[in-house]
Each structure stands twice: as structure tokens, then as C-alpha cells.
Design a protein around this ligand. Structure first.
Ligand SMILES: *[C@@H]1O[C@H](CO)[C@@H](O)[C@H](O)[C@H]1NC(C)=O
Ligand SMILES: *[C@@H]1O[C@H](CO)[C@@H](O)[C@H](O)[C@H]1NC(C)=O
Ligand SMILES: *[C@@H]1O[C@H](CO)[C@@H](O)[C@H](O)[C@H]1NC(C)=O
Ligand SMILES: *[C@@H]1O[C@H](CO)[C@@H](O)[C@H](O)[C@H]1NC(C)=O
Ligand SMILES: *[C@@H]1O[C@H](CO)[C@@H](O)[C@H](O)[C@H]1NC(C)=O
Length: 575
């Protein structure tokens, strides 16, 4: 049987929270369970905590608040039904345990969502109760032993075989698996759909039925009849008979932006509102279905290829929007080939979804940005599993050889260095996690230790109280950045030029402080790992300024016809 308890748990929407992280710490068996025991445990502790806190802030009962939480969820994707189903199944036991003053850790161990592995400690997010974890757990087990309800997660097996729920199981499976960038059945990679790797990820196709029409191509017959490159500029000026595309874009050095990146590049984000009981309402989860079908990434808001106004309220634009502002002929020419968990090695498997025709398309600026997954993993012997400088060199050279064969001459590849993730611990360890803000009882130090204990820490090297380990991780990251820098300085390719940039965390942090912010705001609050939207926007600013100052030829000329294009074509068809 294909369904496993973990998939079923995944199917209970609640447990989607259990993946606040992007890189899979252990190699996943492709036919095996989607979520590890560790994920189920984290998910359970999060949900039980939220229910408990809802009851606290509303001065209400656990049962009522479980129903309340389900009522907040959207109907879409059966999320609400699945929530009620789950509440029905586990609710009675959870209520009994919580009313006996058990905390979320104990509840989840008693209900077998958290398992103690042989030779491993009992994992816990909260400080252990006074009587000690083991004694509390023994008491809890007695309370649920004679329970008439089904208490094992395994008993949920089969939920995915209920026809009405099979679809949602598939959908969630899709969202949670680290999928390849979206491709149509016919291999056409641009799309009119926003999510499922559609136009939130790449420029929107303006004619999905014609494969010769897509963003980034050099115009066919100057777009006299139709907009062959989807930049919104086409037709003929009736005054002089000259096609607009020729008049405004010929020789304008039009180019596209392609990002090869990791979850940071894709802007992995779990809205902290999903975890904060105090302000929870039906509005809180309205964006959940969309987030799920986008792998919990929000590329449309990312600092590189984002095209929507930022939710952070910052006026800064993404690199794509700046490139478009510089030359409106670049409208819609972006591709975000980023994937949660991407590293120098696994990029080799999915970079083929990059779409650029060497002969027909404009040159591209490719940003290679793998901020951490080459040194981040969840293994206990984290250091030995990190990418070595030799392997890094081999992977990157393979990537560049591929790009050289695919990209139109005149393209650029900007290699971004790795981040020095020590800032995570330095700025967060004694702060309260969103889940711990109400009662001041969960710090990031506790969260990191819990994630390590249940073996789902996305970056044991940096999200650790062990200073020696954090330093070793940073040393390796520096070595890998040096490999990138050396390659950019010494290797030559016929069709692409190479540049190197450091990830400017220090400058970003200084700039943010200058604007009145605090450094910890550059980190995603829910996972304590990824760069926040603000960080992504600031990184875009520094990227742009540095390139403009050192290598302006990369960005192409400023188009003197921008105003005329805007006057004639408005928003050029939008995004
Ligand atoms: C919470 O509810 C209980 C019982 O309904 C009531 O006695 C108590 O005063 C309430 N507390 C607050 C702070 O509202
Ligand atoms: C690519 O898209 C993902 C998905 O949202 C986004 O998180 C990421 O920031 C984007 N990558 C870049 C480099 O913009
Ligand atoms: C984005 O912000 C600008 C200026 O703040 C505004 O003019 C524009 O309408 C906004 N666009 C969207 C899609 O909200
Ligand atoms: C560079 O591009 C040209 C065509 O534009 C192609 O013939 C050549 O093979 C490419 N070079 C390499 C090394 O792939
Ligand atoms: C800290 O990490 C280092 C390097 O992995 C390891 O050798 C050492 O045993 C760790 N210290 C503790 C207290 O776990």
C-alpha cells in the first residue's frame, strides 16, 4: 500500500506546518514516506501548542479551540474537512492529556507522533516538566491506554484511499516533494498558470498554444503581427510604418534574468501568523492553498525574480524589476529555476529545465546562488557530509559547461558566494520563536536543539549551540566561496562571462540598521533559517549597485524609449 502514516499525516493539513524547512536532511527514498518521523513529531508539537495557546488567549476549552482552528482553514483542497477529521480522531486524547497538565511534547510522545529512537534522548521543544519527562510520559501513557479512540498515527492509514481525499493527498504530496520545475506535457516550459511552477516562477507566456512565442526570444519579424516575445510591445507605428519593437528595442541590449538557486532564492517562507495564536482568524490561512501549490515558496515576492510589490512595504525592487525598469523591452523575461534544498550537486539534476535558445533568444544574466545547502545538512556527522572544495569545483564546472552550451553568446553568469550562517545563532538563539512569544517559553536555541534531536534540522552546522561546529561550518562555506571566486577569475568560456560576488550579509545588516531595523529581522521567524523578504530585497539592492558600479555592461544600456513604451503600452500586459 502506497499510503504511509506519514503521508496521511501530511494529508491532515495541520501537519503541513511540520515542514518549516527546505532541505531534506537525510536522503529520501523516492518511494518511501514523504515525511520522516521527525516531521510528524515537529508537526504534532506545533499544532498541539497552537491549540493550547488558542484556548489560553480565548479563555476557552481545548475542544472548542480545535474546532475554532479548523473553522479558520479554507475549504479549498479539503483543508477544513481534513482538519475536522483529524480533530475527531485525536481530539479526545489531546483534550484528556492537556487537561491533565501535560505539555505538547508529552502529548505528542504519548500519541506516538514523537518516537524515542533506541539510544536517543526523549526529544522536547519545551523545558521538561518538573516531575521529569519520563515520569510525565508514563503518566500520560496511562491516561490514553484505555482510550476508546484510535490513537496511533498508523490508524489514519487509508485516508488517502477515500476517493474524495485522494486528490488532496496527491496535491499535498506534490507540494511537499521536492519537485522539478514545472513543464507542460509538450515540453513547453512557460505557462499561464501562476503556481505549480507557472508564471510566479517564469515570465507569463502570452500564447500558450504556440511554442514559438515566449518571453526572452528575439522578436520574429519585429512583432509586426503579434507579440512573439511577450514583452507587450508589438504592431506598427501608423505615422511612419516602423514596427514598434524595432523602433524601441533594436540595439537596446535586451536581456533576461535567470536564477539558479535554492530555497532562499525561491523565498521559502512560512508566514509567522500561521503560528501565532493571539491574532489567528479565518483570514490567517487564506493564503495557505496557494502556498502549498507553490512548495511554500513565494518567488513572485523574491528579491531576484519577484514582480509583486513586497509585503514588507519596502520600496526596493527585485533585480528583475530593476532590469525591466532599465529597459522595458525586458518585460517578463525572467526565470526562477530555484528549488528547495538545491545545492551545487543536485542542481545538475534540475538545471535542464532552464529554457534558453542559443540562436533565437536574447542573452541572459544567470545568477548562481546556493547560499548554504552545500554545508547544511541534518546528519549527526554534519561536517563529513558537506561538499568538499574538490567536489564543488567539479559540480560548478559541469554547470558552467552546460550553461555555455545553452546560453546565447553575450550572456553572463554571476556566481554568488555562500552565506556565513553564524549570524543565525548570533542573532536568534536567545530570542523567542513565534510559538514561544505568548508564554516566553520557546527560544530559537530550544527550537534548534529540538530539530536536531528529531533529526530534521535543516542545518545542524549553523543551527547549533556548538560553537566549534558553527565555526567549522563557516570555514567550509568560505572554502567553497573561494572555489567560486577562483573559477570566476580564472576560467574562460566562449559564450558566457563569469563574475563573482560575496553574499553581502554584513552590508545588508548595516543598511537595515541604518533604516532603523534590527538584524534578526533579516531571518525568517518561523524557521529561524531562511533569509526573510527584507533580506531578499536588500540583497537585490546590493547586487544591483555592485554590478552597476563594477560591470555596468552586464545590465545593458538604459533604454531612452522607456517612457514612450509606457505611454503606448501601459503595463505591457502585466505579469
Ligand atoms: C475564563 O473563564 C472562566 C470560566 O468561564 C471564568 O471563570 C474566568 O473569569 C475567565 N477568565 C478571564 C480572564 O476571563
Ligand atoms: C525563486 O522563486 C522562489 C519561489 O518563491 C523564491 O522563493 C526565490 O526567492 C526565487 N529565487 C530568487 C533567486 O529570486
Ligand atoms: C506597487 O506599488 C506602487 C507604488 O507604491 C503602486 O503604484 C502600484 O500600483 C503597486 N502595484 C501593485 C500590483 O500593487
Ligand atoms: C557557443 O555558442 C556558439 C553558437 O552561438 C556555439 O556554436 C558554440 O558551440 C558555443 N560554444 C560552446 C563551447 O559550447
Ligand atoms: C562540537 O562539534 C565538534 C565538531 O563537530 C565536535 O567534535 C564536538 O564533539 C562537539 N561538542 C559537543 C559538546 O558536542
Amino acid at each position: 500500500m502506497k499510503s504511509s502514516p506519514q503521508i496521511l499525516l501530511a494529508a491532515s493539513l495541520l501537519f503541513l506546518f511540520s515542514r518549516p524547512i527546505s532541505s531534506s536532511p537525510a536522503p529520501r527514498n523516492p518511494t518511501g514516506p514523504l515525511l520522516s518521523d521527525g516531521h510528524s513529531c515537529v508537526g504534532c508539537v506545533l499544532i498541539v501548542s497552537i491549540v493550547e495557546q488558542l484556548a489560553q488567549v480565548h479563555n476557552s476549552t481545548t475542544w472548542k479551540e480545535m474546532e475554532q482552528l479548523c473553522s479558520y482553514l479554507p475549504e479549498k483542497l479539503f483543508l477544513k474537512s481534513i482538519c475536522y477529521f483529524t480533530a475527531e480522531m485525536f481530539g479526545p486524547d489531546i483534550i484528556k492529556l492537556l487537561s491533565s497538565k501535560m505539555n505538547a511534547d508529552v502529548v505528542c510522545h504519548a500519541l506516538h507522533f514523537c518516537k524515542q529512537k533506541a539510544g536517543q534522548p526523549l526529544c522536547h521543544l519545551y523545558k521538561p516538566p518538573q516531575e521529569g519527562l519520563n515520569r510525565a510520559l508514563n503518566r500520560a501513557r496511562k491516561i490514553v491506554r484505555h482510550s476508546p479512540t484510535l490513537t496511533s498515527p498508523g490508524s489514519m492509514m487509508g485516508i488517502c484511499s477515500i476517493p474524495a481525499l485522494a486528490k488532496i493527498c496527491q496535491k499535498i504530496e506534490y507540494a511537499l516533494s521536492t519537485t522539478l520545475p514545472f513543464e507542460d506535457a509538450d515540453g513547453d516550459k512557460f505557462s499561464v498558470f501562476p503556481t505549480l511552477r507557472g508564471f510566479y516562477w517564469r515570465g507569463r507566456d502570452c500564447n500558450d498554444r504556440n511554442r514559438n512565442i515566449y518571453p526572452g526570444r528575439r522578436p520574429e519579424n519585429w512583432d509586426v503581427q503579434q507579440d512573439s516575445n511577450c514583452n507587450g510591445i508589438w504592431g506598427v507605428d501608423p505615422k511612419d510604418g516602423i514596427p514598434y519593437e524595432k523602433k524601441f528595442c533594436e540595439g537596446s541590449e535586451a536581456k533576461g534574468l535567470i536564477v539558479l538557486g535554492d530555497s532562499a532564492a525561491a523565498h521559502f517562507h512560512i508566514p509567522p501568523e500561521w503560528l501565532i495564536a493571539e491574532h489567528m482568524s479565518a483570514k490567517t490561512f487564506s493564503n495557505l492553498p496557494k502556498a502549498l501549490s507553490n512548495e511554500l515558496d513565494w518567488p513572485e515576492l523574491s528579491g531576484t525574480t519577484g514582480f509583486l510589490n513586497s509585503t514588507s512595504g519596502l520600496p526596493d525592487h527585485s533585480i528583475y524589476l530593476r532590469l525591466r525598469q532599465r529597459n522595458r523591452c525586458n518585460h517578463r523575461d525572467y526565470q526562477n529555476i530555484s528549488k528547495n534544498g538545491a545545492s551545487s550537486k543536485n542542481l545538475l539534476k534540475f538545471m535542464g529545465s532552464l529554457s534558453r535558445n542559443r540562436l533565437l533568444d536574447h542573452p541572459a544574466i544567470v545568477i548562481y546562488t546556493m547560499l548554504g545547502n552545500d554545508v547544511c545538512n541534518g546528519y549527526i556527522d554534519s561536517v563529513s557530509k558537506m561538499t568538499t572544495p574538490q567536489d564543488m569545483r567539479a559540480h560548478v564546472m559541469e554547470t558552467l559547461t552546460f550553461l555555455n552550451s545553452r546560453l546565447p553568446p553575450g550572456s553572463y553568469v554571476v556566481l554568488y558566494g555562500l552565506a556565513d550562517g553564524r549570524f543565525l545563532w548570533d542573532h536568534l538563539h536567545d530570542q523567542y520563536h513565534p510559538l514561544g512569544q505568548l508564554n516566553r517559553d520557546v527560544t530559537y536555541e530550544q527550537l534548534y536543539a529540538f530539530l536536531s534531536c528529531v533529526q530534521v534540522n535543516p542545518c545542524r552546522g549553523w543551527m547549533s549551540s556548538n560553537e566549534t561546529l558553527r565555526t567549522l561550518t563557516s570555514e567550509r562555506a568560505k572554502q567553497l566561496s573561494n572555489v567560486l571566486e577562483t573559477i570566476a577569475a580564472s576560467e574562460k568560456f566562449a559564450n558566457v562571462s563569469l563574475l563573482y560576488l560575496d553574499y553581502p550579509f554584513k552590508e545588508m545588516s548595516e543598511e537595515w540598521q541604518r533604516r532603523g531595523g534590527e538584524t534578526w529581522q533579516l531571518i525568517e521567524p518561523a524557521d529561524g533559517f531562511h533569509p526573510s523578504e527584507v533580506a531578499s530585497q536588500l540583497a537585490a539592492q546590493f547586487f544591483w549597485e555592485k554590478i552597476l558600479q563594477r560591470w555596468p555592461q552586464v545590465l545593458g544600456k538604459e533604454n531612452p524609449f522607456n517612457d514612450q513604451i509606457e505611454r503606448l503600452f501601459g503595463d505591457q500586459g502585466g505579469h
